[in-house]
Design a protein around this ligand. Structure first.
Ligand code: A3P
Length: 336
């Protein structure tokens, strides 16, 4: 039977809500279709999450972090950092960032951006860099860490061009221990790639038994050489120096000084830290979570012949003395 379009509309309206055998009742409405696929969609998302979690916990964390970064809470915006952790590599830069992040007025950027030390990144411009920062409220300090800024020739002037009053955080550690930590990391990466690794003394000594100052790890520990470039661009008061060895022993003492330097209300307390026997380091906690740093932080160091260690410490003495003078603080690092 042929029906006019008006009649078919009326028929359709009359059919609404009436389940009919093979007809166009409730069973074929968009809602019923959604109801049929919804459990499948939930199951599929659950399986994706499970796979992500078990196959790659880091991947799942990255997805979550990316998702969280995209969430924009009312009243927040992406801002250029008002504070930077500029180094030094293997001195506790990650611990410092994560510990500061316990403060509600701190908004950390988790990734090392390498914006000021890598030309191709710097060429993207400040707006590109700003858009990489997390959303923050007016009263929050955005903080980024890239330890290689410390040894970069260009970074100090570029950072000053962005913000001449930015607050800089520099964490240092006894230079010879820092070399061992750096060597341990390099060695582990090589081993993971199936490459050969030279023992510590072979890496840091020349064939004549002198300290090999061509080895990058040795150059990084010559703090005086690098800090000079920063003091040419920034007044000393704008650089807060954290004692990395002390951060390991007594994190609250060091973090409290940073809280003051950044002019933050005193929020972080000694209760935010507890010593974890298994990890052998302090971990963090607040009302909602407990967290230790990843296994790559706080690795066991290889055995180093005390004579080699002593030679390395002696090598750093003139650099250390210059550094103490430049920054106006004697760290009392061992001289042999
Ligand atoms: P080791 O792994 O040699 O012990 P960075 O984050 O700059 O790479 O520094 C890594 C160093 O941070 C570690 O070097 C470790 O000694 C130090 N560190 C300081 N506080 C720590 C903490 N609470 N947990 C783990 N490592 C910490």
């Amino acid at each position: 039977m042929l029906v006019s379009s008006e009649e078919s509309y009326i028929l359709w309206r009359e059919d609404l809500g009436k389940p009919q055998m093979g007809g166009r009742g409730e069973n074929s409405s968009p809602w019923s279709a959604l109801r049929r696929v919804a459990p499948l969609m939930i199951l599929a998302s659950f399986i994706v999450c499970l796979v992500l979690y078990y196959v790659s916990p880091m991947g799942a964390a990255a997805v979550y972090e990316a998702y969280r970064k995209r969430l924009r809470i009312r009243g927040t915006q992406r801002r250029l950092p008002q504070a930077l952790i500029i180094g030094v590599r293997k001195c506790g830069t990650r611990a410092l960032l994560e510990m500061l992040n316990l403060h509600p007025h701190i908004q950390k950027n988790g990734m090392e951006m390498h914006f000021f030390d890598e030309d191709d990144r710097y060429a993207n411009g400040l707006e590109w860099y700003r858009k990489k920062m997390p959303y923050s409220f007016d009263n929050q300090v955005t903080i980024e860490k890239t330890p290689s800024y410390f040894i970069s020739r260009e970074a100090p002037a570029r950072i000053r061009a962005m913000n001449a009053t930015i607050k800089l955080l520099l964490i240092v550690r006894e230079p010879a221990t820092r070399v061992v930590s750096d060597y341990t990391q390099i060695m582990e990466t090589k081993l993971r790639k199936g490459k050969q690794v030279a023992p510590f003394h072979k890496r840091i000594l020349t064939v004549d038994g002198e300290i090999n100052d061509g080895f990058k790890a040795i150059q990084i520990s010559q703090y005086a050489v690098h800090v000079l470039r920063w003091l040419r661009e920034f007044p000393r008061e704008q650089i807060h120096i954290i004692n990395g060895d002390n951060l390991i022993r007594d994190p609250y003492a060091e973090i409290n000084k940073v809280q003051q330097f950044l002019r933050l209300p005193p929020y972080i307390t000694p209760d935010n830290f507890y010593f974890n026997e298994t990890k052998g380091f302090y971990c963090m906690r607040n009302e909602t979570f407990q967290k230790c740093l990843a296994d790559a932080k706080g690795r066991p160091h290889p055995y180093v012949d005390p004579a080699v260690m002593s030679q390395l410490r002696k090598f750093f003495v003139p650099f250390n003395e210059q550094f103490y003078e430049m920054v106006g603080h004697d760290f009392g690092w061992p001289t042999s």
